[in-house]
Design a protein around this ligand. Structure first.
Ligand code: HGY
Ligand code: MN
Ligand code: MN
Length: 406
């Protein structure tokens, strides 16, 4: 087996972000395209047949020995993750699942496993939603979880539409959307992913079986006021959206902190025009809200919206909230989890607060997850980490799972 750390070592310099630290690998950026080529080379080297579907999802196929036909890949066993990252992200969020799947194929071949059904290793684009704003965009397109027109019209911070980016990367934007043929090919989906919290440190285990993904959503709040001169505008004469934004951010923290299990984050604030000696005319901020109970998430957002409108009005500003993407809480397929428990006896079950493509697919095909220990318990940060032997233990556990399911 090519060790997972060797596989990841080959891409450790791709997309390094000198300003933020860590990696910035937005979908269809040069960095992510380099990672796609790395994946295609490594998959081809293993005798897998790589193709890109109409939503930009990569599929590396290991077909059974029997005659190829249109339906010979239906009901296949599929494993994979993503290669795009958050800005300044860690080395493992996404790529660990892809590298581990390739290493697991090595193990299966070394064991002489003859797949009784086709196996595919997949890479989903734009899982982080860091460029076009919608999390798990690739798996949402595949499953019909987003209107294709809405997807085509998503714009990145430079104003490039997803349609334009897709076209520039060999896709036909007119063909974006639900892909029943591709869905029919997924009999079971298993995603290995770095654990993004402290769960496996506390459980003292190198890997765990995912039990659920808590619901997560993201909203954009635009606060408009009166742009003006920092020197000639007296304090009493201002309608400053930045001041309203500051009140809202504190109110968000207070509201979430008062709700058990809730998480609400503002990680991105954009004043317009953003000059040092300029009172902003508008401030855009993005809110990430999560809770195991979808109804509580909705009520949190409602409360935040109301408080934002009040804070804005107090400053002579206005606030508008728009939803960017929402996923409900997902409990993974019981039977598939049982199969994983039989394949890797003793592996604990673990819920997660992080969203994944497996969480989107779970509503359409039996899906499961494996998490690998992250000794820092930190993620979406350069400090995210996986020890080499835990990474290899995770890949072997994935191979055991795949062998049982094949
Ligand atoms: O945001 C998330 O939970 C995931 O890392 N995309
Ligand atoms: Mn992530
Ligand atoms: Mn991820």
């Amino acid at each position: 087996m090519d060790s997972v750390s060797n596989l990841l070592g080959a891409i450790e310099d791709v997309g390094r972000d000198a300003t933020r630290g860590g990696y910035s690998r937005p979908v269809f950026s040069n960095a992510e395209l380099d990672l796609r080529s790395w994946f295609e080379q490594e998959a081809t080297r293993r005798g897998l047949e790589v193709e890109t579907d109409r939503n930009g999802i990569l599929w590396a196929w290991w077909d059974t020995g029997s005659e190829r036909s249109d339906s010979s890949r239906d009901g296949a066993l599929v494993t994979g993750s993503h290669l795009d990252s958050v800005p300044g992200g860690g080395a493992f969020d996404g790529p660990l699942g892809v590298a581990s799947a390739l290493a697991a194929v090595d193990v299966l071949k070394q064991r002489g496993v003859q797949p009784q059904r086709a196996l595919a290793v997949t890479v989903f684009p734009e899982e982080e939603g860091s460029r076009f704003g919608v999390a798990c965009l690739g798996s949402r397109l595949l499953t019909g979880g987003i209107d294709p027109d809405a997807a085509r019209n998503l714009r990145d911070p430079d104003g490039v539409s997803f349609a334009e980016a897709a076209r520039a990367n060999g896709l036909d934007p007119a063909h974006l959307g639900k892909d029943d043929d591709a869905l029919r090919r997924i009999g079971d989906f298993v995603e290995l992913h770095v654990e993004q919290g402290r769960g496996l440190i506390d459980l003292d285990s190198p890997f765990a079986i995912g039990t659920s993904v808590i619901g997560h959503g993201r909203w954009k709040l635009s606060i408009t006021g009166q742009g003006n001169h920092a020197g000639t505008t007296l304090m009493a004469d201002r309608a400053d959206p930045m001041v309203a934004a500051a009140q809202v951010i504190l109110a968000i923290r207070k509201t979430a902190a008062a709700t058990p299990e809730a998480r609400a984050t503002v990680g991105r604030v954009q004043p317009i025009p953003g000059g040092t000696n300029v009172i902003a005319s508008r401030v855009d901020l993005w809110i990430d809200v999560r809770h195991p109970d979808d109804a509580v998430t909705a009520s949190l957002v409602e409360s935040i919206h109301g408080q934002a409108q009040k804070a804005a009005a107090f400053e002579g500003c206005a606030a508008a909230l728009t939803r960017e993407s929402v996923s409900g809480t997902v409990n993974f397929d019981g039977e598939l989890q049982r199969q994983l428990q039989l394949a890797i006896p003793g592996a604990p079950g673990l819920p997660t607060g992080a969203g994944h493509d497996a969480g989107i697919l779970a509503a359409h095909v039996p899906s499961a997850m494996l998490y690998v220990r992250n000794p820092t318990g930190i993620s979406h940060s350069p400090e995210e980490h996986v020890e080499d032997d835990d990474a290899d233990a995770g890949a072997v556990a994935l191979a055991d799972v795949l062998e049982r399911l094949l």
